[in-house]
Design a protein around this ligand. Structure first.
Ligand SMILES: Cc1cc2nc3c(=O)[nH]c(=O)nc-3n(C[C@H](O)[C@H](O)[C@H](O)COP(=O)(O)OP(=O)(O)OC[C@H]3O[C@@H](n4cnc5c(N)ncnc54)[C@H](O)[C@@H]3O)c2cc1C
Length: 657
């Protein structure tokens, strides 16, 4: 038994019941794949992730990478190296690649489903193993020689880095001072010190290829003046064999709060010997090129956060079913009443259902976002472009990253809380989950940067088109009468929440307009960008939970045909627990519980959902109800805050803080 508890059932539910990804399979560009193969892949990766990959999760934390300043080398624990090899030997990294690079050209949604399993089991493995994804970018952007390099990188399993950050250039990437000096032979010498570089040095692969942002001599300031260079640790001969050691060295490895096995390095370029690089694509277009990598990384970080929350929740759930403490609240005055498992306590149920709703709603957010990447991929394969898909994906990426990381961290504290004092111990994985997940709101752009990106680039610059599309989809769900009116209250809550988010955007547009006359008014926008990001994220999560509930109700109805025993308990232990949770919620969930009971009666005839499925679907309905009842109403308060924002905070002298 490892720490990792996956939720393969829910990944498959999203892919094949909610988002109908099977419609993409079997025809170009995914002709090689059918549903059975896709399910088989997920199953295989799930086994690998829950076993050999998860095995070294704790050990990698307790035995972090060791840096030797004399040799500039970094040694990783053997347990982690073994897990990493197990992943690389299974060659799942090929999912990322186009056929021309020896890949399977899987739909992006399937790739992110697979990614969740690895990222939940041992996130650093996926990060070290992202050579294929980076090679794909290099292959798309690079010169002929760099494309050849990308092929070698895939075949020889070299690992990549993305190199932006410097001591004085964090969120402000454009402040970077690392220089690039062109050489007579057309190569470039990179000079400078970069910090916080993930996977900057280690002993997992024979070569590391760094994609580096640096400023060519004479180039202008800001991000526009940055170019992207390919700088390998070892120079590479034309046959792919390793040449000389290049002049890029690790000069420090950070001691971190979490995610310790992922080596975070200071890299020094061009001290002592030249750090030779080539200009990617032979063009000075660094920030646009790097954004291809950044977008991939942001999606990865959101998926990592959500994957961690999911296993945190499932660990907490298991504990809550077995830990006996106290009696039922209803029997408070009876000292002889039987002691019960803590899942019987209302406050524990509140914590569990909030974790479940966020874990499952944000998983849906990741995979829903991936459907727009699927559409873009499909269009590209047909030689066209799907601009709307690209714009909606752009809109959702900061939400996946920003909301995913913030809410996952917040909810993981509830996972720990569910275990009481035991959660604080290293006997359970949750304290490590919390430490490992904290980084997600920081790297690849902090939440503040995601909020600014969402409002200014993805809403204002896009003239609100992608947002209007998304809100339109949400309102369509809110207005439809599926489910025989059983989701009426959920839909009404959704409509109110969408209205509140729209009003926030309108107020912020107002401040933006006023700033044309009085520039300081823009601060009223800046005081609210993170609030908007979280509110929009909660709205989308609520919407996707309602859509999941619709699917679940249909499945329950299909199973219930012709029967009506209402005996949810017949579905067995797991179903019994879930039925209790559903029962705690009123109205629609209660109706679902009745339907579920009926479905359980029909299950034996093979016409519908089986026992475990019933519990699963009941849980979906309950999660939608709980989230729309207890989380979405908070958006009304957020709206009020946005609409009444003043610049007082900005006028306050620093000394008053
Ligand atoms: C473990 C780890 C791994 C990393 N891996 C990589 C990597 O592989 N490659 C790489 O290039 N970098 C990497 N980074 C760097 C990471 O991307 C930066 O740390 C991050 O972008 C924030 O920059 P900073 O740390 O300098 O914080 P700062 O930019 O100094 O930010 C400090 C605070 O100020 C806020 N802030 C800053 N500017 C603004 C603004 N304009 N508006 C509102 N708020 C603002 C931030 O949100 C934050 O809360 C990594 C960092 C860590 C810790």
């Amino acid at each position: 038994m490892t720490h990792y508890k996956s939720n393969l059932r829910d990944i498959e539910f999203n892919l094949f019941e909610l988002l109908n990804r099977q419609e993409l399979l079997g025809s170009a560009p995914h002709a090689e794949l059918d549903v059975e193969t896709a399910r088989g892949m997920l199953d295989e990766v799930n086994r690998l992730a829950s076993g050999p990959l998860a095995e070294s999760f704790g050990d990698g934390d307790r035995h972090p990478p060791v840096f030797d300043p004399a040799t500039h080398s970094v040694h990783l624990p053997e347990s982690f190296a073994r897990s990493f090899r197990a992943f690389m030997d299974a060659e799942w990294f090929r999912l990322e690649l186009p056929p021309e690079l020896g890949g399977l050209a899987a739909p992006r949604s399937l790739i992110w489903g697979v990614a969740e399993l690895v990222l939940g089991a041992n996130p650093a493995i996926w990060m070290y193993a992202s050579g294929a994804a980076f090679a794909r970018a290099l292959w798309e952007l690079g010169t002929q020689e760099q494309r050849r390099f990308a092929e070698f990188a895939v075949e020889r399993r070299w690992t990549p880095t993305m190199v932006l950050t410097e001591a004085d250039a964090g969120s402000d990437v454009g402040a970077g001072r690392t220089r690039a000096v062109e050489q007579p032979d057309g190569t470039w010498h990179i000079e400078g010190v970069k910090r916080f570089i993930t996977g900057g040095e280690h002993d997992l692969a024979e070569n590391i290829f760094h994609l580096v942002l640096a400023r060519p001599e004479g180039a202008g300031p800001g991000t526009k003046g940055l170019s992207m260079f390919l700088v390998p640790k070892f120079l590479v001969n034309s046959d792919g064999s390793l040449g000389e050691r290049n002049g890029v060295y690790a000069t420090n490895v950070e001691h971190k709060m979490g995610l310790k096995v992922s080596a975070t390095c200071e890299l020094t370029f061009g001290a002592g010997r030249p750090a030779v690089g080539t200009l990617v694509g032979g063009v000075h277009d660094g920030i646009r090129q790097m954004f291809m990598i950044i977008e991939h990384a942001r999606m990865m970080v959101g998926t990592k956060a959500i994957a961690t929350l999911s296993t945190g929740y499932l660990n907490a759930l298991e504990y809550a079913k077995t830990r006996v403490q106290g009696g039922e609240l209803a029997a408070m005055s009876d000292k002889t009443a039987p002691r019960v498992a803590i899942i019987h306590h209302p406050d524990v149920r509140r914590m569990l259902m909030l974790q479940k709703a966020y874990a499952e709603g944000m998983r849906a957010l990741v995979l829903y976002t991936a459907t727009f990447q699927d559409a873009a991929q499909l269009a590209a394969a047909a030689g066209t472009a799907d601009e709307r898909a690209a714009a909606v994906n752009d809109l959702l990426l900061p939400v996946v990253k920003g909301l995913g990381s913030e809410r996952a961290y917040e909810m993981l504290t509830l996972s720990l809380q569910t275990l009481g004092g035991s959660g604080y111990l290293q006997d359970y994985p949750i304290e490590q989950y919390i430490r490992d997940a904290k980084i997600d709101s920081l790297y690849e752009g902090t939440t503040a940067i995601q909020g600014l990106d969402l409002y200014f680039r993805k809403i204002v610059r896009n003239k609100g088109a992608a947002l209007a599309y998304l809100l339109g989809e949400i309102m369509q769900t809110a207005r439809t009468e599926h489910g025989n009116g059983r989701l009426k209250e959920e839909r009404a809550a959704l409509a109110r929440a969408a209205d509140n988010v729209e009003a926030m955007v309108t107020a912020m547009h107002g401040y933006l307009g006023e700033s044309l006359e009085r520039p300081a008014e823009i601060d009223r926008v800046g005081l609210n960008t993170t609030r908007l990001l979280l509110a929009l994220g909660d709205l989308v999560v609520g919407w996707l939970l309602v859509r999941q509930a619709e699917v679940a109700m249909r499945a329950l109805d299909a199973g219930a045909t012709g029967t009506g025993s209402g005996a949810a308990g017949a579905a067995g232990g797991a179903a019994g627990a879930a039925s209790g949770a559903a029962g705690a919620a009123s109205g629609a969930a209660g109706a679902a519980s009745g339907a579920a009971g009926a479905a359980s009666g029909a299950a034996g005839s093979g016409s519908g959902a089986t026992g475990d499925d019933i519990a699963f679907y009941q849980g979906k309905v309950a999660a939608a109800r709980f989230f729309t009842e207890t989380v979405l109403p908070r958006l009304a308060a957020d709206r009020e805050v946005v609409e009444t924002t003043s610049t007082d905070l900005m006028d306050l002298p620093e000394a008053a803080f």
